[in-house]
Write a protein that binds this ligand. Sequence first.
Ligand code: ARG
Length: 576
Amino acid sequence: MKIQDLDRIILDEIRAIIGREFKCPTVEIDVSIPPENVDAELAVACFPAAKQARCSPGKIASTVAARFGQPEWLDNVKAAGPYLNFRLKPDALFRMVIDQSLSERKRFGHTPDRESRTVLVEYSSPNTNKPLHLGHIRNNVLGMAIINLLTARGHRVIPATILNDRGIHICKAMVGYRRFGNGRTPDSEGLKGDHFVGRFYVAFEREIQAHPELMDEARDMLRDWESGDPEVRNLWSRMNGWVAGGFDRTYRRMGSRFELVQYESETYSLGRKVVEQGLADGVLQRRDDGSVRIDLSDFGLDEKIMLRADGTSVYITQDLGVAVERFQKFNPDRVIYIVGSEQIYHFRVLFEVLKRLGYGWADRCRHLSYGMVYLPEGKMKSREGKVVDADQLMDRMRDMALEVMQSSAIEIEGADRLETAEAIGLGAIKYFILKVNPMKDIHFDPRASLAFEGATGAYLQYTYARIQSMLRKAGCRPEPGENVGGLESPEEIALARSLLWYPNTLRDSAEELNPSKTAGYLFEMARNFNTFYHKHRVLDAACPTLRTARLALSAAAANGLESGMSILGIQPLHRM
Ligand code: ARG
């Protein structure tokens, strides 16, 4: 029996009993995790059912408990007030979770949704005038976790990004380069392309005080760009090429990938066509000054500008094109925009405008916003000052991980040493970010994120590595069907329970688009393993059957950890 079947069997029988006893057909119920002080594997709350059946939840619970059959896997079912608590026979529990984990391996707990859907997930979406920064790290880490969660639910996921590669901010970097570049290139300076270009954007911003005429130059350049001036276009392609090369390296390092890459320089003209159509249809209005607007005051929003008086497009213009193109290409069932919470207003406007323009798919779009990330004052300094760019932060984390490895006597030699440090450093940031609900702000604490104890990426990696090393010593690789007799202690049961509840955790985490559920849960799983491991002997267990069973349980836990870490984008380490 699979874990997911167990849920279904229990719920079906409860529905049948309620149907019979209370003459109440389909009943809303679901299994949940019992509270810590209850010695049971699964709980079912009877409140919604009681409402439907028009009687007290306590009555429902006691009736179901009395009528529930006696399948061979069930030890007992008890009513506790409005709740039903199911306790499985330990043998059945161990057999089920160990076999399922050992056969599904690193895909343990992936449960396909009833219907597979096409979901386009937009994430990262940087501007091409400077390197990726701390906010992008959160965005990317969150984006990838959500993509992995939805993929584990059997959906067809399209990872997408939009590069905002045109506009006044890009022209500022270009003017900066034209003025101060003196023919230098990323190669001549030994810099990553995005960092190189970022310097000229900074130079522009620095010089603008003393030379306000730079701003006119940038505006002229934007007009020249729109009219296709070959020289401006040439410079633009060169600089964007540099930035793209730099971004690629950062994305590869973080493990980000995209199937659809859109460019504002291409979609903005489609956006303008959409605006023109909206004008023709009378949804949008042209003002006396020539600008195009939409009045959303009846929707509790302001009047929004769609095209400037001089005919140039604004941020939202391109987004109309971006959305239309996505639906033309993929006709997704859902589009999730992962963008910081400072753009909540923008997306409310965008989706409402799309709806008024008559795009029936507008209500398939959703903005998933997230909070800020703050660095501790002073602690993350580099030679140039505060670390806010993504590459520097990752370097710094890798270096700190190396120090931690040194002081905790982790003995890995040579090139592997750096690779391990990189995995620990990245795992630390990723876990620190993902354990927090996306809506909340984060105060990043690099030291705490690298601790080997507590809810950290390193703790998960360490626990996983510990199990791998034990399996190596045992020289065996447990397979499904292994003898699991003899497992019975509370620590073994607690560990098995955390595996039993893992598939539902993954499901809820995906449904709520909230990776923090998975992150928090993995910590529990790792902690349960370590408690078990401290209390019981595995390799030198009292008898060979117990040794085999404990190794199988440990291997099952390792699969659970590996499954969850892969979802969160944290590299499981085989040695530490
Ligand atoms: N490039 C924008 C920025 O850095 C974010 C783009 C978000 N996505 C979108 N479809 N508007 O602020």
